[in-house]
Design a binder for this molecule. Structure first.
Ligand SMILES: O=C(O)CCC(=O)C(=O)O
Ligand SMILES: [Fe+2]
Length: 391
């Protein structure tokens, strides 16, 4: 069969996968990539980057965020619909979400990569089981070391790339609410509802291949993505791999929202990089900006060994938020539908977050995050009012 594109050089050019080249370039260990082209959106003086002001949201803010007027929100000329919010969390409050990702979200009924290897039952807690495995030699990996992903709400099926009615658990109300609030502040959708999420746990040598997220039935609803722990280079492209992606840094606390033309854009994470101390809010020792192994335009890539997850000294850990067993069902169930119950829920969640931050010792979570990046990737699956019967 004749090649339809033969003799049409513009077509050849169009179909060349420039995105893949860029991914390979930033992934490469030897030689390491030049990071001077990676955009630090919050400090960039490029004319392509624009800081925007946000609108008065209609929803009240959930505890732990800076006032919306103070948020630093940026757009990029080559990525319409892409928003970058530089860490809007108040000091100490990223930890609430970090604890949710490490201690709570991996529990049943949610699904995770470990399900393929071990049978986890209701009440099993991967973090706590890992803490008690003090008999392991330092070569053995604990469960939390082997955690790579968790799915919430409608569980994305990695093989079929489909959501199905039978693979669903209640979407955690707190994550639903904070995602709705972010979408509201950006003025993107009044009807946003978080229905599925993937929590990614990256080690220092992890990458995420170029892809677009299109399994959802509602592709107009924005996608909300939170970063915690170590930094990353994210490649943000367009809807064709023939366009060169923009490499951007993502640091702990940063939030990306992909909407409009960016919702279906190709993106990837070719590299995790050690975060500069100044970008890890809980880091006591402020290291100088240019210290080796930190990340900035001119700084070097860490070659730290991902197998050694900050030692195995779990013993002095008190990571629980006091006796919160009574409150657990209320955060792990769905956001109430009617406004009266929602108001009641809202009062509870704010005091729960405060208590949780006040009473917890996050030392071991911080230690875990010395070698890990967590990404919470939140999506709306259905159009408002629709379910599987309508699709
Ligand atoms: O880790 C990230 O920043 C992006 C994750 C992502 O694209 C995904 O889970 O689909
Ligand atoms: Fe994605």
């Amino acid at each position: 069969m004749a090649d339809k594109t033969a003799g049409d050089p513009s077509k050849d050019l169009q179909e060349y996968d420039i995105f893949r080249d860029s991914f390979k370039y930033f992934k490469k260990k030897k030689p390491p990539p030049d990071l001077s082209t990676v955009v630090e959106l919050s400090t960039s003086d490029s004319p392509e980057v624009e800081r925007i002001s946000v609108l008065q949201p209609s929803l009240p803010p959930i505890r732990g965020l800076q006032p919306w007027q103070d948020w630093k929100v940026f757009c990029h000329k080559h990525m319409p619909g892409f928003f970058y919010i530089r860490n809007p969390f108040l000091s100490g409050y990223q930890e609430y979400w970090i604890r949710r990702c490490i201690q709570d979200f991996p529990c049943k009924p949610n699904l995770c990569n470990l399900d393929a290897h071990i049978e986890l039952s209701d009440g099993d807690n991967i973090w706590e089981l890992s803490q008690s495995s003090d008999t392991l030699s330092s070569q053995d990996k604990t469960l939390v070391d082997r955690l790579r992903w968790v799915t919430l709400g409608y569980h994305h099926n990695w093989d079929t790339k489909l959501y199905t009615a039978d693979r669903h658990s209640p979407f955690p109300a707190d994550l639903d609410y904070v995602s709705r609030y972010l979408v509201d502040v950006l003025g993107l959708s009044a009807s946003f509802k978080a229905e599925a999420a993937i929590i990614n746990y990256y080690h220092m040598d992890s990458t995420l291949a170029p892809h677009s997220d299109h399994s959802e039935f509602n592709l107009e609803a924005p996608l909300v993505s939170f970063s915690f722990g170590q930094s990353a280079i994210m490649l943000m492209g367009t809807t064709t791999k023939a366009d060169e992606p923009v490499p951007v840094f993502l640091h702990s606390g940063d939030i990306v929202v992909m909407s409009g033309a960016s919702r279906l854009a190709y993106h990837a994470v070719p590299r995790i990089i050690s975060t500069a101390a100044r970008l890890l809010p809980w880091s006591k020792a402020e290291k100088p900006h240019s210290e080796k192994g930190t990340c900035s335009h001119h700084e070097q890539i860490s070659t730290s060994d991902s197998k050694n997850v900050g030692g195995r000294d779990w013993s002095q850990c008190d990571s629980s938020a006091g006796d919160d067993t009574l409150l657990k069902p209320f955060i792990n169930s769905e956001l109430p539908q009617n406004s009266e119950s929602q108001l009641e829920w809202f009062k509870n969640i704010n005091s729960y977050i405060d208590e949780s931050v006040k009473n917890s010792n996050f030392e071991l979570f911080h230690k875990y995050l010395q070698q890990i990046r967590i990404n919470m990737n939140v999506r709306q699956v259905f159009k408002p009012g629709e379910t599987f019967q309508d699709t």
